[in-house]
Design a protein around this ligand. Sequence first.
Ligand SMILES: C[S@@+](CC[C@H](N)C(=O)[O-])C[C@H]1O[C@@H](n2cnc3c(N)ncnc32)[C@H](O)[C@@H]1O
Length: 309
Amino acid sequence: MDYSQKIAERLWNLPDKGELESRREETYIDDIVQKSHIEKELLAHLDGVRTVFDGGAGCGRFSILLARQGCAVTHFDISQSMIDKARALAAEAGVLDRITFVKGALEDLRGFKDRSFDLVMSFDAPISYTYPNQERVISELVRIGRKRLMLSVSSRLGSLPYAANPIQKNQFILDESSGDAFVRWCVENRTKSIESFHFDKATAMRWWTEGVMGGEGEIAEYERGGAPWCITYAFMPDELEGMLRRHGVRDIHLAGPGAFARTLPNELLVKIMNDPEQRAEFLDFCHLYDANPFVCGMGKDNLFALGEL
Ligand SMILES: C[S@@+](CC[C@H](N)C(=O)[O-])C[C@H]1O[C@@H](n2cnc3c(N)ncnc32)[C@H](O)[C@@H]1O
């Protein structure tokens, strides 16, 4: 088994992972924007969709949404703690009878027949965590789909600003007084992170040319028994589009959820998010702007793709 898969498996199976992931939109504005974008795309593209495969479905942000729309959803994930959380949330939403939970790795989809699902989806980077198998995983997702594919992967152009900005997450904190451990860390270490920062062109160039975030350090931490962040493959937009085309996907639309929001300072984002009327209008406008193919690479973390099979 590749290190990427072993590292992903250990990280996502940490017992509190499901609970933490289910609270992301209460804490981070970029997560609100990204979720809103994907929801709008899903709800606009459900014509002819009865059966759905959600690969790396997490705590059910989108599998539960589609079960609520009447779809029969296969919720597939490598992590038992994410599945447990998703099952509890699906029970609360009253849609348990429309979701089948399957624990497994995207690297092995042999258990699913060709053209099994009307819609195949995989959001917020599970495909990127399967490095170096990302293209094979995409071809397998295409194989089991019948009508439509929708996914979001890590974005190389969108992630590269991290190489010059150690406080990038501070821009998207919804409530600085939140008890969330990472929010506390970002707030308390803001000054130190800036003071100790030194721009390193070599690192940025490696990221730019190879698209791989993580590697030897993560492997060493895993071997010591730790649970490092996943080794992640970040795609260029033309690369993702070409890969999808090679595997037979048609009418491809790319988007970069978060491209508009990242142009605004935290104070304005917080003000907008705390006013329900402005928030709804802002999220509508973000969706329009972020779906423009000329900004797709500059989404916040994710590169989104929609295509017909
Ligand atoms: C960032 S979460 C996204 C969850 C969900 N798609 C969403 O958007 O809310 C990534 C998910 O991918 C799952 N995952 C990571 N690597 C995987 C793999 N190789 N096979 C299946 N699932 C994987 C994790 O367990 C986690 O639930």
